[in-house]
Design a protein around this ligand. Structure first.
Ligand code: PDD
Length: 297
């Protein structure tokens, strides 16, 4: 029956309705999270809940996240995804339903809570090893990109620009600096150092970004969290994007120019391998064979 979760109930998707006065609909007044599950086990649910809690605090939406892990679990089970190799749960919380007026409703409305689960098909390692392309687009977002709000129009336009250019990822640039993708973070390799923008108000602090930084440090790959000028990025030997549904996605072409030697580089491969090992350790799932096996070496 394709169940979804809405305000305390599991109901068929076709029956899930939101009132027209929901502030998510009228003002994009809400937050969302996308949490990955490998073999039915969440990867870093604590990180996702921490980020959500911080966002709820910043938006002053009074909502207790404590029941959410059980809701995620039950949703996966009801969707038959409890053993699926990879799936994700989309969760959205808005300030609730109230007559349209910019300031918060007084008394506060009850937040609207909606979630659905979806199987995620990972492209095979052969596709991954060919690499992907990206284009730069201007970052037109507000100054609180650290909050995972549902006001995504600038990101929607950025991703559409990439799609029309035949690119997989959109790299958002502001004041000459490479910030992040439309729905993922970006890393670049200079020498043996892997760099990514610091977790400031200009980017979303990705949970995958955090995992990748952790994997890099554990494997002795030097990391730098610093702003990367777009002119410098043109000299990077490797670029990759990270995110819940992106995982670690190598970029071999940026704005039509090859990145480094135009193929997936050794630092990216090392981190991809570390990421797979972390998922095996934390979620008990063995993903695709690693690239070195594929190479026969
Ligand atoms: N996007 N930056 C932006 C702007 C994002 O929207 C996302 C996530 C990320 C990566 O965050 P994480 O590693 O926690 O997924 C970075 C989600 C998945 C989406 O919009 O679907």
């Amino acid at each position: 029956m394709d169940p979804v979760y809405l305000n305390g109930e599991f109901i068929p998707r076709s029956e899930a309705m939101i009132p027209v006065e929901d502030r998510g609909f009228l003002f994009a007044d809400g937050l969302y999270e996308v949490t990955p599950f490998y073999g039915g086990r969440p990867l870093r649910m604590d990180g996702h809940l921490r980020r959500l809690t911080r966002g709820l605090g910043a938006l002053r939406i009074d909502f207790d996240v404590e029941p959410l892990p059980a809701i995620h679990r039950e949703l996966l089970e009801r969707c038959g995804l409890q053993d699926h190799t990879m799936s994700m749960v989309y969760l959205q919380i808005t300030r609730g339903v109230a007559p349209r007026s910019h300031a918060f409703p007084d008394p506060p409305a009850t937040p609207t809570v909606f979630a659905y689960a979806k199987a995620f098909e990972r492209p095979g390692v052969e596709r991954w090893m060919r690499g992907f392309n990206a284009v730069t687009v201007p970052d037109r977002r507000w100054t609180r990109c650290d909050l995972k709000t549902i006001q995504l129009l600038p990101s929607v336009l950025a991703q559409e620009e990439a799609r029309q250019a035949g690119a997989t990822d959109a790299l958002m640039v502001r004041d000459g600096l490479a910030l992040e993708g439309a729905h993922n973070n970006v890393f670049a390799v200079f020498g043996d150092v892997v760099a990514t923008h610091p977790a400031s108000n200009q980017i979303l602090p990705g949970i995958t970004r955090e995992v990748v930084l952790e994997v890099a440090r554990a494997r002795g790959v030097p990391v730098e969290e610093r702003a990367i000028p777009i002119a410098e990025l043109a000299c990077a030997s490797e670029i990759f994007f990270t995110g819940t549904t992106t995982e670690i996605r190598p970029t071999v072409e940026l704005d039509g120019q090859p990145v480094g030697e135009g193929r997936v580089g050794p630092v990216t491969l090392e981190l991809m391998q570390g990421f797979r090992e972390l998922i095996a350790r934390e979620c008990g799932v063995a993903l695709d064979p690693d690239a070195s096996e594929l190479d026969g070496g």
